[in-house]
Structures are given as structure tokens and as C-alpha cells.
Design a protein around this ligand. Sequence first.
Ligand code: ATP
Ligand code: MG
Length: 234
Amino acid sequence: MKDYVLFEKVTKHYQVGEQTIAATDNVSFSIEEGEFCVIVGPSGAGKTTVLNMLGGMDSCDSGTIRLDGRDISGLNEKQLTDYRRHDVGFVFQFYNLVQNLTAVENVELASEICRNPQDAKEVLAQVGLSERMLNFPAQLSGGEQQRVSIARALAKNPKILLCDEPTGALDYNTGKNILQLLQDTCRQTGKTVIVITHNLAITQMADRVIHFKNGAVSKMIINSTPVPVERIEW
Ligand SMILES: Nc1ncnc2c1ncn2[C@@H]1O[C@H](COP(=O)(O)OP(=O)(O)OP(=O)(O)O)[C@@H](O)[C@H]1O
Ligand SMILES: [Mg+2]
């Protein structure tokens, strides 16, 4: 299979006062289409930096980043806006929902700016929220709010789903349910899903595990028999 996500010698430095920090240093890896990929590593290892560059929210200093054959690292601002809007879906640790809009309005907000959106109500039903569409975020549990944010990402019909610590704010069982939903989404829609986590136990559920350390890939593992999340305990 061809590489769907490709990083080739990607370096990113941040300048803080006099100090230069190498957030990523010569990072190379690839991910195939439709894979459930988990990125793990200690705090400060460069995980978020990698996801933000792939999502078109941050640029790299050198190297090449490709998604589905397209060179992301060479896009200008306008092309990047278009790319973020149409090609990538994001899920964040703290949901980032608009508080004065209902669940369905939050999803419509995203689908309205897209070329080929899915119906907001249908996607909310897919994530198990058909009874909660008219609730405001404050009237939803953390797990339900994360479901809304997954629905919002999916409604755009993106090529890839990028999730940065999606269970970081959730309790054990709710977090497991969200991971299950992400894995089911990957299997049922064929979309490529990347999940960042601190939790090594979660790596068992992935097709591919990329370990980061000090701004570099320390290890990459292909898992031919991923375990359903309900069978993993931690
Ligand atoms: N905007 C920024 N300005 C300056 N330094 C930054 C910035 N973003 C990240 N860094 C630095 O780059 C390095 C990698 O950060 P990154 O956020 O990618 O780590 P991470 O692996 O996601 O960590 P965590 O698990 O804590 O979220 C860290 O040393 C961090 O301090
Ligand atoms: Mg991070």
C-alpha cells in the first residue's frame, strides 16, 4: 500500500527568547490509508507539534509533509485554510465547543463551511447522540461533549481524523467508550485516524504505534492483531 501520511526529515524549531527548542528533529514516518494509528511519548516529546503540522495549523522549518500525495509543507496561507477546512477533522482534549450553540448547531457550524458535508443530525445519531441534539454543551457530560466534537469533525467528511489526547479530560470508562467510537469510526468509514496519548496500554488497539522521544521517532510498531478497546485494562 502507498503511504497516505508521509513525514520526511521534518524539523521544527521554536524560538523562545535566546533559546532555540527543537520540537521535532529530522522526523520521518509514514501511515497507510485507513489505519488506526496511536502516537505515544512523554510530555514535550513533540507529539502535538507533529499533529499540528499535519493538520496545517503549524508550519515546519525543513522537510516534507504529505497527505494523500499532496505536499502540505509547501502550501501558502490560503491553500492552508482550504486544507484545514476540507481535508482534516480535529478532536481536542477539551472539546472546544461553542457554549451558546446546541449540539446540532455546533456540528452545523463545521459542516456549513464544507464542500461535501454529512448531515449534522445523521452524524450525531452515528455517535449515539440522537436524543441530545438540542442540548447546550453545559447540559452534556464530558463524554457526550467529546462525542459532539467527534461528530463535528466527521461532519466535514475529512480525509483524516486527528485526535490530540481525546480522553485526557474523561474518566476511565467514558474514555474507553470514546476510544471505542474512534476505532469503530476508523473500521466502518475507512478513514485514517491518529490518536495522541500518554497511555501505553492504548497502543494495543492500534494498527500502527509511533513512539516519540525528544522530538524524534524512537520506535515504530505495526500491530497485525489490534485488540478491541473493551478487552484492554489499565
Ligand atoms: N508555540 C511554542 N512555542 C515554544 N515552544 C513550544 C511551542 N509549542 C511547543 N513547544 C515546545 O516544543 C516541544 C514539543 O512540544 P509538544 O507540545 O509537541 O509536546 P507533546 O509531546 O505534545 O507534549 P504533551 O504530552 O505534554 O502534550 C516542547 O519542548 C515544547 O515546550
Ligand atoms: Mg501535546
